[in-house]
Design a protein around this ligand. Structure first.
Ligand code: SAH
Ligand code: MG
Length: 214
């Protein structure tokens, strides 16, 4: 019997993912300022923070900033003196995220790079290797983001990618949408990659998580 559901999720959240003022502000203000309500959930944020610290991350990378909610969690998992670089295409998203980072007290440890992540990554190669990479931008870009992350994350580092379940559609739990097949293929590519040891963390929309083993 699997008992995981919204009530269990709330129980976990109440124990481990309570918002302080900084997280609450990013959570409330992102949709209120007209950005899409697609931030990760509190439980998922706590998990990213946990992973960041579990691999002792000093250099972390996020692809897809939005209002900065996930970035705050990741930044708070970094070892002291660590830094998060987060990539965002939309200048308005980046501006709002910057405000949220400052308010949450993590402004010093986060750099937002504005522009298409595919271009930004070319320049970021010289700043590799990263300890932790979180992929959460356009789904069609995932295969390229993963290929980059594989080459630019250290062995023992962690690569995570959001929306593994695509609202349950990958498993037939919801009607397929335009990206269901993209995510199915992406999930298979992670599951079968011999350089990664992976699984899916099932809270929220599912986070693929991989340790780079080779
Ligand atoms: N990680 C965020 C949510 C990200 S939503 C959180 O959980 O809080 C996805 C974001 O990726 C959006 O802000 C979108 O503008 C951005 N994005 C989409 N395509 C992109 C690209 N090619 N390069 C950089 N950012 C992109
Ligand atoms: Mg997402």
């Amino acid at each position: 019997m699997t008992i995981y559901n919204d009530q269990i999720s709330q129980y976990t959240t109440n124990l481990f993912a309570i918002h302080d003022k900084g997280l609450q502000r990013a959570w409330d203000e992102t949709p209120r300022k007209g950005l899409p309500a697609i931030s990760i959930k509190p439980e998922e944020g706590r998990f990213l923070q946990f992973l960041t610290r579990a691999c002792g991350a000093k250099k972390a990378l996020e692809i897809g900033t939005l209002g900065g909610y996930s970035g705050i969690w990741i930044a708070r998992g970094l070892v002291p003196g660590g830094k998060l670089i987060t990539l965002e295409l939309e200048s308005r998203h980046a501006e709002i995220a910057r405000e949220h980072f400052e308010f949450a007290g993590v402004g010093e440890s986060i750099e937002i790079r504005l522009g298409d992540a595919h271009h930004a990554l070319e320049q970021l190669s010289s700043e590799a290797p990263f300890d932790f990479v979180f992929i959460d931008a356009e789904k069609t870009g995932y295969p390229k983001y993963l290929a980059w992350a594989l080459e630019h994350t250290r062995v023992g580092g962690i690569i995570a990618a959001h929306n593994a379940y695509r609202k349950g559609s990958v498993a037939g739990l919801a009607e397929p949408d335009a990206y269901t097949e993209t995510m199915r293929e992406f999930n298979i590519s992670i599951a079968t990659n011999p350089r990664l040891m992976s699984t899916i963390y099932p809270a929220g929309d599912g986070t693929l998580v991989s340790v780079k083993v080779a």
